[in-house]
Ligand binder design. Sequence first.
Ligand SMILES: *Cc1c(COP(=O)(O)O)cnc(C)c1O
Length: 394
Amino acid sequence: MADYKKDDQLIATHLGDEYEKYLGSIIPPIFMNSLHVFDNIEQYNDKSLRPKDGFFYGRVSNPTAHIVERKVAAMEHAEHGLTFASGMAAATTALMAVCKAGSHIICVKNAYGVLTGYIENYCVPELNMSVTYVTGDKVEDFEKAIQPNTDYIILESPVSLVFTLQDIRAIAALAKKHNIKTYIDNSYCTPIFQKPLDMGIDIVMHTASKYLGGHSDIIGGVLTMNDEELFKKCSMLREQLGGIIGPMEAWLMMRGIRTLDVRIREHEKTAMKVATWLENNDKIAKVYYPGLKSHPQYELMKSQQGGNTGLMSFEFKTEDRDKICKFVNALKIFKIGVSWGGFESLVCTPMYPGSPEHAKEAGCGWGIVRIHCGLEGADNLIADIQQAMDVAGI
Ligand SMILES: *Cc1c(COP(=O)(O)O)cnc(C)c1O
């Protein structure tokens, strides 16, 4: 039989089930409590007398959150997991654990915008940090950007706009040589399709609003890591900054994770059909999806990912903004919204709030359309795209 601690499907479905402890419940309960009481005052006074993995206050730890932490950590092949109130709470805590005033950061150019916003609007002006952005598809870009005070490399592979990848193994090795800590946002691949810690990365982050939750009903985040010192620092900061996940959200994340494997495989199957259809359509100029053989980093993808999920971008041959907006408005199944990773299909035009120059800088056309392929069925999604193109006259 497969190892409970190593097999992703067993971890996702059953790790943390303790029937004898929870009255035979098939599902561990939600611990909706802010504190735990002690047997005697000696335990209260002396940490070493408390049970191992003991709980005492809900801002520090929670049993439901702890089950999820064990699940995600096991799937990521990590020693430690920490859940947070959001992906951003996780990302900012990790950055604070590694960096100090004056640190230099190397960051992938199209990394999650709220994180780069935090660096630019707080870390740089208030903490005298500096940041160098790199496209990220060449390892040399990182090497050239290293400075004596470089402490942190921020990766997101693939990036969730233009779907370029970073060579995770090579960048992790380079960083180790220079004593730089590495962080990756693994929300797109999920631990099922990509295990960055095995490739040498120090910290892996997930936002639970995407595939881990999978039902568009929670905000949450997770960090996983092996380094003991880093874990202690992140735990301390979580306690002090107060960013732990709520018990209800933790429980919903646990529920989402039970079906993670089947969901992402269905997202992948659907997205491959949609991407292939788009690529073969003569109205489409370009499809950004790492699952396509035409993706410039397809071989790298094969070497570090076990698959791809439901998110992609594409550009029409027409650059007529009115037509593209008309197309988006005419979609029926794809709803207009920012997120992804849930059961539902979504669409947005990420570059239209900015300028054409802004899009060029990001490495795409102004009219780029991003879609998340949900679980409504590939044929339905393709029919929806076709009818919206007809309405828009594309
Ligand atoms: C949504 C998202 C985040 C932010 O997570 P929150 O839980 O919303 O804070 C970070 N990274 C990526 C790639 C995302 O899509």
